[in-house]
Design a protein around this ligand. Structure first.
Ligand code: ADP
Ligand code: MG
Ligand code: ZN
Length: 266
């Protein structure tokens, strides 16, 4: 820039931290010399805003909050209240470096994605954590696109955020079946996050039951007549890994949107 005509807009100084971005908080009750500093609310707000736009939450789920998740409508299955309770506690207290994630299981329309989005929004806004939302199909597409034909390898750098983010939501795991090499990359992502003690929230429409033919599972004849299970879709090895990585939340009942249609709502 030429010249020296830089006009400085008056900056509003945050009264809490006087612009430093840090505020003092009391430590142990009663002790005056145990004072700690924490990020000031003003910084959390701007950090929250940029994290929120980086989280890739799809527009159609932007309205989803834990506070507008209804557990109390006529005929609501009790598992919704239980799921909401677990989700709220998780959003408040989870340690993204060590605590288990959540595996949210239920039929379509039971509010799995709503809860998952509600959780990460709170983690972002209230706790300043970096979170990322990925629809499973989108992730598979991105893995496919990251394949570099010239050097015949996957360029994992493109996927770095999926490995590194504090909390990853993987929505609708198992919705499609990827080719073997794409699945290898999905496994690598989930296993790396597990080994690095990072938290992953997964939703799936498939019942948490073994794959057909897995030991202890149904006879082939009975398996043929049942619906596909999570084990069928992702394999027993990954299903048992998810059990180590995640606490299970089951949402039961019918499609939430159906109740409005039936009640003649719009
Ligand atoms: N208990 C609930 N309270 C409020 N809205 C809900 C509830 N369950 C589902 N919804 C809404 O219904 C729609 C479908 O829910 P969604 O979370 O996408 O279901 P799923 O992921 O289980 O298929 C979304 O718009 C969501 O916000
Ligand atoms: Mg969903
Ligand atoms: Zn401040």
């Amino acid at each position: 820039m030429q010249g020296s005509q830089v006009v400085k807009a008056p900056v509003e100084i945050c009264p809490l931290c006087e612009g430093t971005g840090w505020k003092t908080v009391a430590g142990n009750a009663g002790s005056t010399n145990d004072r700690r500093v924490a990020r000031c609310d003003c910084r959390l707000r701007t950090r929250g805003e940029s994290l929120l736009s980086a989280a890739r939450i799809p527009r159609r789920y932007e309205h989803c909050e834990l506070s507008n998740y209804d557990t109390d409508f006529p005929g609501a299955h009790p598992s919704l209240a239980e799921g909401h309770f677990i989700a709220s506690g998780f959003a408040k207290k989870c340690d993204p470096r060590g605590d288990k994630g959540l595996l949210i299981i239920g039929k379509i329309g039971t509010g799995k994605t709503h809860l998952a989005v509600g959780i990460i929004k709170e983690l972002i806004v209230n706790r300043g954590l970096a979170c990322l939302f990925y629809d499973y199909r989108e992730l598979l597409k991105e893995i496919q696109n990251s394949y570099n034909a010239t050097v015949q390898t996957t360029e994992l750098d493109v996927l770095r955020p999926v490995f590194d983010t504090d909390v990853l939501v993987l929505d609708e795991l198992g919705a499609v079946k990827p080719t073997e090499w794409v699945w290898d990359t999905v496994s690598l992502i989930l296993n790396t996050r597990y080994n690095d003690n990072r938290t992953t929230i997964i939703t799936t429409n498939f019942e948490d039951q073994p794959a057909a033919g897995a030991s202890g599972s149904l006879s082939a004849a009975r398996a043929a007549s049942r619906g596909e299970t999570l084990g069928d879709r992702i394999g027993e090895r990954m299903r048992s890994r998810l059990h180590e990585m995640c606490r299970i939340v089951s949402l039961e009942g019918t499609d939430f949107r159906q109740k409005f249609r039936n009640a003649n709502f719009r």
